[in-house]
Write a protein that binds this ligand. Structure first.
Ligand code: NAD
Ligand code: UDP
Length: 346
C-alpha cells in the first residue's frame, strides 16, 4: 500500500544522520524540504543524496535561529511535521563554548517551535541522545530512567526535552517525540554518504576507520579498567540506516494519530552492548587492516557502560534495529575507503 504523501521539514538534513534519513524518507514516500545552515555539513552531501534518490532535493540554506527565514519556508509549504536534527554535537567544544551550544541548540529549537506554532504544525521528531541519561545506574536504560547531564551539550538536549514536556502540557495538540539515539555509526551501503568529521574525530568509530585508512597513526583507548567484559567502555552502537528507519517509523506512527500525543520519548538503540575492543576487533576483521592501538587514561566524563532497552520503540513504532556490528564496520569501511577525505573531494 502506498503511503499518503506527507511533506516533512528536515532541519539539519545535510548532516550525517539527516542525510541518511532523507533517503529513508524518500523510500517511504515522504516529501521533504531540507533546511540546514551547512555549519557542519556540505552541499556535496545534498548532491549525493539527490543522486541516490534520483531527484533533486528541495534544499534551503538557513539557520534555525532565523525566524523570518523559517517563516518563509513554512509559508511556502504545508508541512505535516518536522524532523529536527539541526544542532551542534561536540561535547568537548560545548565545554569550551557553552553559549554557542545553548544558543544554537536551545534558542534555535525555541525559534523553530514558535514558527511551528504560528503555522499550526504540531508534529515534531527531535534528535535527542542517550547522553540525557547521564551515568546510568541500571542497564538496560529505559525511557523512564532518571535523566541528568554532565556537559553543556547534554544539558542542551535535556533542556530541549524539558521545553518539549512543558509545551505538551500547555496545549494538547502537540505530538513531540524525542528520539534518544545511542551510538550511531556506519554509512549508507552505497558508500556515497557517511560521517565526515571536520577535524580529528572525537568518536570511536570514525577514529578507528581513519586509523585503518592510514590518516591517523594509532587509536588511543580511553581506559582498560572499567567493570566491563574486557575493561574497555561498552556502548550500544546502532547502524545509521537503522536509525533513519526509526525516524520513518516515528513519522508513520504520527500519521496514524487522531489527536496530539504529548511528549513521547523513545530510545533508538539495539539493546546490545559492545566494548571498544570488540568493535576494534570486528573492524580489523572486516577491513583486513591492522589497527594499532594503545591504552591510555580514561577520558574525563566517560561512563563505563551504556545500552538501551529498545522495547518501547518496538511496541509503539514496530521498529527494531536489524543490522549487526559487522554490517556497521563493513559500511563504515566502504565509505571511508572510497572517500578517504570525506566530502572534501578536491
Ligand atoms: P551533524 O553535525 O552531521 O548534522 C547536524 C546538521 O545540523 C549539520 O548539517 C549542521 O550544518 C546543521 N546545523 C547545525 N546548527 C544549525 C542551525 N543553527 N541551523 C541550521 N542547521 C544547523 O550531526 P549528526 O550526527 O547528523 O546529528 C544530528 C542530530 O542528532 C544532532 O542534533 C545531534 O546532537 C543528535 N545526536 C547525534 C548523535 C551522534 O552520535 N551523531 C548522537 C545523539 C544525538
Ligand atoms: N573511545 C576511545 N578512543 C577514542 C574515542 C572513544 O577509547 O578515540 C571510547 C570512549 O572512551 C567510549 C567509547 O569509545 O568508551 C565510545 O566513545 P564515543 O566518543 O564514540 O561515544 P560516547 O562516549 O559519546 O558514547
Amino acid at each position: 500500500m502506498k503511503n499518503i504523501k506527507n511533506k516533512i521539514l528536515v532541519t539539519g538534513g545535510a548532516g550525517y544522520i539527516g542525510s541518511h534519513t532523507c533517503i529513508a524518507l524518500h523510500e517511504a514516500d515522504y516529501d521533504m524540504v531540507v533546511y540546514d545552515n551547512l555549519s557542519n555539513s556540505s552541499r556535496e552531501a545534498i548532491n549525493r543524496v539527490s543522486t541516490l534518490i534520483g531527484q533533486p532535493i528541495d534544499f534551503i540554506e538557513g539557520d534555525i535561529r532565523d525566524a523570518d527565514s523559517l517563516r518563509q519556508v513554512f509559508a511556502a509549504h504545508q508541512f505535516f511535521g518536522v524532523i529536527h536534527f539541526a544542532g551542534l554535537k561536540a561535547v568537548g567544544e560545548s565545554v569550551a563554548k557553552p553559549l554557542m551550544y545553548y544558543d544554537n541548540n536551545v534558542n534555535g529549537t525555541i525559534t523553530l517551535l514558535k514558527v511551528m506554532a504560528e503555522h499550526e504544525v504540531s508534529n515534531l521528531v527531535f534528535s535527542s541522545s542517550a547522553t540525557v541519561y547521564g551515568d546510568p545506574e541500571v542497564l538496560p536504560i529505559t525511557e523512564e530512567s532518571p535523566r541528568s547531564s554532565t556537559n553543556p551539550y547534554g544539558q542542551s538536549k535535556l533542556t530541549v526535552e524539558h521545553i518539549l514536556e512543558d509545551l505538551a502540557l500547555s496545549d494538547n495538540r502537540w505530538s513531540l517525540i524525542p528520539l534518544r539515539y545511542f551510538n550511531p555509526v556506519g554509512a549508507h551501503p552505497s558508500g556515497q554518504i557517511g560521517e565526515d568529521p571536520n577535524d580529528i574525530p572525537n568518536n570511536l568509530m570514525p577514529y578507528i576507520s581513519q586509523v585503518a585508512v592510514g590518516k591517523l597513526d594509532q587509536l588511543s583507548i580511553f581506559g582498560n579498567d572499567y567493570p566491563t567484559v574486557d575493561g574497555t567502555g561498552v556502548r550500544d552502537f546502532i547502524h545509521v540506516t537503522d536509525l533513519a528507519q526509526g525516524h520513518v517509523a516515528a513519522l508513520n506512527y504520527l500519521t496514524q494519530q487522531q489527536q496530539g500525543l504529548g511528549f513521547l520519548p523513545i530510545n533508538l538503540g539495539t539493546g546490545k552492548g559492545t566494548s571498544v575492543l570488540e568493535l576494534l576487533t570486528a573492524f580489523s576483521a572486516v577491513s583486513g587492516q591492522n589497527i594499532p592501538f594503545r591504552f591510555v587514561e580514561r577520558r574525563a566524563g566517560d561512563i563505563a557502560s551504556c545500552y538501551a532497552s529498545a522495547d518501547k520503540a518496538q511496541a509503539l513504532l514496530g521498529w527494531k534495529a536489524s543490522l549487526s556490528i559487522t554490517d556497521m564496520c563493513q559500511d563504515t569501511w566502504h565509505w571511508q575507503s572510497i572517500n578517504p577525505n570525506g566530502y572534501n573531494i578536491a
